[in-house]
Design a protein around this ligand. Structure first.
Ligand code: SF4
Ligand code: SF4
Length: 125
C-alpha cells in the first residue's frame, strides 16, 4: 500500500509531466515509414496473374477481368489484416501499402472497396 505522503509526491510530479498520450483525433501522429496501412491498386500495372489473391491469408482480394488486359481489384477491408503480403507478391508493383489507418466506418458495405481501370476507388453499393 502506498503511504499518503508518497502518493502526494507522485500526484504533484504527474501534474508537471508531459502527457504520455496524444490528443487524437485533433493531433495526429506521423506514421513510421514502413507502416502497413490501407492497400491501393494501380490498375494500369496489373496483368491479372492473381498471385495477390493466391497469397492473401485472409481471402480479402478478388481480381476481376473487366476488359482486354484490364483488371479491377476488389478489397474486403473487413477481412484484410494489413499484412502487405499482396504487395510483396505482386511482381508488377500494382499494389501499394499506404499509411492510411483511419478506416473505421459505420456501414459495413463501405468496407468493400473496388479499384478499377476507370475508377480509382469506389465503394461497393
Ligand atoms: S495486382 Fe499484381 S499480383 Fe495481383 S493480379 Fe495484378 S499483377 Fe498479379
Ligand atoms: S494486406 Fe494482407 S490481408 Fe490485406 S489484402 Fe493484402 S495480403 Fe490480404
Amino acid at each position: 500500500m502506498i503511504r499518503p505522503g508518497k502518493m502526494v509526491k507522485q500526484v504533484l510530479e504527474s501534474l508537471f509531466k508531459k502527457p504520455a498520450t496524444s490528443q487524437y483525433p485533433f493531433k495526429k501522429s506521423a506514421m513510421p515509414d514502413r507502416y502497413r496501412g490501407k492497400i491501393i491498386f494501380h490498375p494500369e500495372l496489373c496483368i491479372g496473374c492473381k498471385m495477390c489473391v493466391r497469397d492473401c491469408p485472409s481471402n480479402a482480394i478478388t481480381i476481376n477481368k473487366v476488359g482486354d488486359k484490364k483488371f479491377e481489384a476488389e478489397f474486403n477491408l473487413a477481412k484484410c489484416i494489413y499484412c502487405a503480403q499482396c504487395v510483396d507478391s505482386c511482381m508488377k508493383k500494382a499494389l501499394e501499402s499506404t499509411k492510411e489507418f483511419e478506416l473505421a466506418v459505420l456501414d459495413k458495405k463501405k468496407l468493400k472497396v473496388i479499384f478499377g481501370a476507370d475508377i480509382k476507388e469506389d465503394v461497393k453499393k
